[in-house]
Design a protein around this ligand. Structure first.
Ligand code: TRP
Length: 339
């Protein structure tokens, strides 16, 4: 098992980021350790330049994301943790794969269509070829499993198409160069919603700080935000079906369930019939208990730039060693003279 995944370095990390990708990465790392597999996790900083960005923010967010990943349990001695920019083989392989990827394939990518909207002419070339870099990210390590959210499934299918076509066009039938990576979509990928509006995702760009629980929030702030979270006047139902049409209540119950490692039905078996006056303090305490150690480690590590840079440097060194053999074989397969 070779697990590879990337995350874009955004700042202002919150509970939604933790319960979405990050927690899943940690559990895959622990499973991989038990089964002799290997995980490579990286900050997709090269992908970040496909949209307008502020250079100083990109560097700061890259380091902040490393601090968050380590605080949440990614162990740089067990997983290979790095940023793309220090492993130039990703960009090199992308160029080589640009010869195989088809315009028509990229034109069909829904993320491209969504991000470009009506203004395709004004987008960067990088936004269009983004999925080819993503294919290079996983193919260069011969990844077998790629944990991603539902929204990235199409990009993974594209990576498989590119790998397949390259193997067909340039390799002997019994000696394919690239492994076809399988997407791994976590079964209960938690979708955490805003605390102020149960119909929109918890987001770093929501103008109200009360809408999210930040990784930097201390215990008092967390309690405050949970107590002020939007709800309805009804008591909690005793089964999940009773949450239908109650987006805010549903969100708080889901958060409780994932944090406690149980199901919504179990949570409601315990709290059904009670009002938010008793449920909210229980949820707040659970969040504080689970997040306090992460928060402490994060707040300490994010200001230790030397430590963060050392983690990235070491991770990149290991990643390069794994990337080079596949890259060399790709040059060879294409007939490019290297020696
Ligand atoms: N595109 C992914 C996202 O936005 C991030 C990413 C880049 C990625 N390269 C990857 C994810 C390779 C998995 C594998 O979430």
């Amino acid at each position: 098992m070779r697990i590879v995944s990337g995350i874009q370095p955004t700042g202002n990390l919150h509970l939604g980021n933790y319960l979405g990708a990050i927690r899943n990465w940690v559990s895959m790392q622990d499973d991989a350790a038990a089964s002799g597999g290997e995980c490579l996790y990286f900050l997709a900083d090269l992908h970040a330049i496909s949209m307008p960005h502020v250079p100083a923010d990109l560097s700061a967010n890259t380091r902040e994301m490393v601090a968050a990943l380590v605080a949440c349990g990614i162990d740089p001695d067990h997983s290979i943790l790095f940023n793309q920019a220090q492993v130039p083989q990703h960009a090199e392989l992308q160029w080589l794969l640009n010869g195989t990827a088809r315009m028509g394939w990229l034109n069909r990518m829904t993320q491209w269509k969504d991000k470009a909207g009506k203004n395709r002419e004004g987008q960067s070339v990088a936004l269009f070829t983004y999925p080819v870099l993503q294919a290079a990210d996983v193919l260069i390590y011969q990844a077998t499993h790629v944990p991603v959210g539902e929204d990235q499934k199409q990009h993974l299918e594209l990576a498989r198409d590119i790998a397949q076509k390259f193997n067909n066009d340039f390799c002997a039938e019994d000696a394919p160069l690239f492994t076809l990576p399988a997407p791994f979509i976590p079964p209960e990928a938690a979708r955490i919603m805003s605390l102020r509006d149960g119909s929109s995702k918890m987001s770093k760009s929501d103008p109200s700080d009360m809408s999210r629980i930040n990784m930097t929030d201390d215990a008092d702030t967390i309690m405050q935000k949970v107590k002020k979270a939007k709800t309805d006047p009804e008591p909690l139902p005793s089964e999940k079906a009773g949450l239908e049409g109650r987006a805010e209540a549903n969100n708080l119950v889901s958060i409780y369930a994932v944090m406690a490692g149980t199901t919504a039905d179990d949570v409601l078996a315990q709290f059904g019939g009670q009002g938010f006056g008793s449920f909210k303090p229980a949820l707040g305490e659970l969040l504080v208990e689970k997040l306090a150690p992460i928060n402490a480690r994060f707040v300490e590590l994010r200001q230790d730039r030397t430590a963060l840079d050392a983690i990235l440097r070491k991770g990149a060194e290991k990643a390069r060693a794994l990337a080079i053999p596949t890259l060399e074989k790709t040059y060879d397969a294409l007939g490019l003279v290297r020696r």
